[in-house]
Design a protein around this ligand. Structure first.
Ligand SMILES: [Zn+2]
Ligand SMILES: [Zn+2]
Length: 336
């Protein structure tokens, strides 16, 4: 059995003992390496943050972290640092802009912490890289066989089909503000949707951050600056919380859509009164999770962040050594 006595899973994050450093801690610590900008991984108040430049920029925008401060350090993919004899490096996770897996090497042993990840193509971020390791700490948001995401192109085609079918109505798509919103926009552009896309004001600065990092989102217009009638036959993107809110009354008779891996569950779509569920996820589905463990082929998998038991069972059935980690505050439903 791999020793790995040098890393300790705690409820509040993963502690790397020789480096006195935490990965994605949920409380303020002296030193934090952060996989990506979602709130269940990134937060303010750390002494020093080590992350990709994009993640630091996102943390500056969302949590007021000073990205320029000398105690915080940015590393491009492939780059990293050494501390307490542990070599840390950052590798693409394919989840959202700047998302990284963190590889740690210490005394000949390699441990990868994936953070959140997915395997399918995403025009807004670098694709997941397989990093060989002894211990693979994987997320498991969709770690049950029922979760199989359809091809993204099919879901985007469904969305464009709905716009064409309802020329007098706006199609209002609920999407998480960091990652999902920009991905839906970029996927629409990739599918040939060139018309302006209308956005909720809450997305303005994050979309500008993505554009500043080279992600082409085309022409975006603010709903707050547009006449109601002009949005008939158009696509509007807003946070999920705005779907059934007074805010949506600014739109002409909106068709309510939502882009999330959870839309695979009809009950969830009904709860949110979603007419057009779009199964578009930034997390690996069941097939991606199992294929990734098989491909990385670690000596041991540590499973966290979701349906640990389903993936644990699969590891047992395929004779792979695995354990479930139980970290707190790891279920950020709306980003899925
Ligand atoms: Zn995430
Ligand atoms: Zn997460």
């Amino acid at each position: 059995m791999p020793g790995a006595s040098w890393i300790e899973p705690h409820l509040s994050g993963i502690y790397v003992k020789p480096a006195d450093l935490w990965i994605d801690p949920s409380r303020p610590v002296a030193r934090a390496a952060v996989t990506h900008g979602h709130a269940d991984h990134a937060r303010s108040g750390h002494g020093s943050v080590f992350a990709t430049p994009e993640t630091l920029a996102i943390m500056a925008l969302r949590y007021g972290v000073d990205a320029e401060a000398s105690h915080n350090q940015a590393f491009a993919y492939g780059g990293g640092f050494e501390r307490g004899g542990v070599r840390f490096s950052f590798h693409p996770a394919g989840h959202v802009l700047g998302s990284a897996q963190i590889l740690m090497e210490y005394r000949g042993e390699r441990i990868v912490v994936t953070g959140d990840y997915k395997r399918r193509a995403d025009p807004t971020c670098a694709p997941f890289e397989v990093v060989p390791c002894d211990i693979f700490v994987t997320e498991a948001t969709f770690g049950l066989p029922v979760f199989r995401h359809p091809p993204t192109g099919d879901e985007i085609a469904k969305l464009i089909g709905a716009v064409r079918a309802e020329p007098d109505r706006a199609i209002l798509v609920g999407a998480y503000a960091l990652g999902k919103a920009q991905r839906v926009i970029a996927e629409l552009r990739g599918a040939g949707w060139v018309a302006p896309i209308y956005i909720h004001g809450a997305f303005e600065r994050m979309c500008a951050l993505y554009a500043a990092h080279g992600v082409d989102l085309g022409e975006l217009r603010l709903v707050s600056e547009t006449d109601k009638a002009a949005m008939a036959g158009q696509i509007v993107i807003a946070p999920p919380s705005a779907l059934n809110d007074r805010w949506s009354r600014r739109l002409p008779d909106p068709v309510t859509a939502m882009a999330s891996g959870w839309m695979r569950v009809r009950q969830r779509a009904r709860q949110r009164m979603v007419e057009l569920p779009l199964v578009i996820s930034d997390h690996a589905d069941w097939d991606e999770l199992t294929a990734t463990i098989a491909e990385v082929n670690p000596k041991e998998s540590w499973i966290t962040h979701g349906s640990e038991d389903g993936l644990l069972r699969w590891c047992e059935l395929t004779q792979r050594k695995a354990r479930a980690l139980h970290l707190v505050g790891r279920d950020l439903e709306e980003e899925a």
